[in-house]
Design a protein around this ligand. Structure first.
Ligand SMILES: [Zn+2]
Ligand SMILES: [Zn+2]
Length: 307
C-alpha cells in the first residue's frame, strides 16, 4: 500500500514565482490528505498532474494568510465532482469562522458537507489503520503540527509453522492471522505469536511549521519516516526567528536528531532567501542532522512498507 508525501509549496509568508506557499499532501491507499492550504495551493496540486477526485481531509496548522488563503479555492474545486462523504477540515478554533465567512461572502457553490473540527493536541482522527495527532506548537497565533501514523501491522504468517503444529488450514489460520488464539481438538492452545513473526511497525509522517523551537516536539515526531519541518531562517537569524516565533534550519535539525527521524525535509523558507541561498540553510541543518534535504515544490517522497 502506497504512502506518498507530495510537497505542494515551500515558501513562508508569501509565494514567489517558483515557490508556492507551504502545503503538503499525503496520498495513502488512494486517499488524499492535505496539510495547509496557502494561496495557489490548487495550482500546485494541478501541477503534480495526479489523478484525483476528492480530498479526504484537510489539516490546517494555523490561521495565518500564508496557510489558509487557498482554502476557498480548494473547497470550490472540490465541488467539481460529486461526493457523498463530507469533507472534514481540522485546525485551530477560528477556522470555522474563517470557512463560514468565506462561504457566506463568496456565495460559494459547495455540493457536499463541510465539517470543521477544532484540532486540540491529541488524536483528532482515527481509522482502522492509522491515526492523525495534533501536536502543540508555539507561534504568534494558536498553531498545531500534525503526525499521521499508521498502526502496526501483524507480523508475517508462517504456514509451515502452522502445519508443524498440526493446525488445520481454514478458519483457524484466519483467526491466528488476526491475532487471536485457537484450541485444537487435542486441547492444545495455539496463540498467534506461535505462527506469526514480529509486528511490523506502521509508517509515520510529521508536519511541523510556524513555531518556536520546543524540545517537546521531538517526542511527538519520534522515529518519523519523514519529518517536514520549517527551517525558515539561517542560524545567523536565530534572534529574528525567536522574535517571530519561527525556527531556524538548525533548530529543525536538532529536533530531527533528538527524535531519531529517518529523514528531515526543510520547508517554509523565508522569502529573503533566493533558491541559491537555501544551501546555507541546508548546511546549518546537516551539521546537526545529516539526512536532511531541502524540500522543493513538486517533490515527492515514497515511504515504503516496513518488513
Ligand atoms: Zn507561515
Ligand atoms: Zn504563521
Amino acid at each position: 500500500m502506497n504512502f506518498e508525501v507530495f510537497v505542494l509549496g515551500t515558501s513562508g509568508m508569501m509565494p514567489l514565482p517558483n515557490r508556492f506557499l507551504t502545503s503538503a499532501m499525503v496520498r495513502r491507499d488512494g486517499e488524499l490528505f492535505l496539510f495547509d492550504c496557502g494561496e495557489g495551493t490548487q495550482v500546485s496540486l494541478k501541477m503534480l498532474n495526479l489523478k484525483w477526485k476528492k480530498i479526504n481531509s484537510i489539516f490546517i496548522s494555523h490561521i495565518h494568510a500564508d496557510h489558509v488563503t487557498g482554502l476557498p479555492g480548494i473547497l470550490m474545486l472540490s465541488s467539481q465532482v460529486d461526493r457523498d462523504e463530507p469533507l472534514t477540515i481540522y485546525g485551530p478554533s477560528k477556522l470555522k469562522e474563517y470557512v463560514d465567512a468565506n462561504r457566506r461572502i463568496l456565495d460559494m457553490y459547495i455540493n457536499y458537507e463541510i465539517i470543521v473540527k477544532v484540532a486540540e493536541p491529541g488524536v483528532i482522527m482515527e481509522t482502522d489503520d492509522f491515526t492523525v495527532r495534533a501536536i502543540k506548537l508555539s507561534h504568534t497565533k494558536p498553531c498545531v503540527g500534525y503526525v499521521m501514523q499508521e498502526k502496526d501491522r501483524p507480523g508475517e504468517f508462517h504456514p509451515d509453522k502452522a502445519r508443524e503444529l498440526g493446525i488445520p488450514m481454514g478458519p483457524m489460520w484466519g483467526k491466528l492471522q488476526k491475532g487471536g488464539e485457537v484450541t485444537l481438538e487435542d486441547g492444545r492452545v495455539i496463540t498467534s505469536s506461535m505462527v506469526m513473526g514480529e509486528h511490523r511497525s506502521g509508517r509515520k509522517f510529521s508536519y511541523v511549521t510556524d513555531s518556536l523551537y520546543l524540545p517537546t516536539i521531538a517526542s511527538e515526531v519520534s522515529d518519523s519516516d519523514l519529518f517536514l519541518c520549517e527551517g525558515m531562517f539561517g542560524a545567523d537569524m536565530a534572534d529574528t526567528a525567536f522574535e517571530k516565533k519561527h525556527m531556524t534550519a538548525a533548530q529543525a535539525a536538532q529536533i530531527a536528531k533528538d527524535a531519531n527521524v529517518k529523514q528531515l525535509g526543510l520547508f517554509h523558507y523565508s522569502p529573503r532567501y533566493g533558491d541559491w541561498e537555501l544551501k546555507y540553510l541546508l548546511k546549518d541543518a546537516k551539521h546537526i542532522f545529516e539526512n536532511t534535504i531541502l524540500a522543493k515544490d513538486g517533490m515527492s517522497f515514497d515511504i515504503p512498507l516496513k518488513d
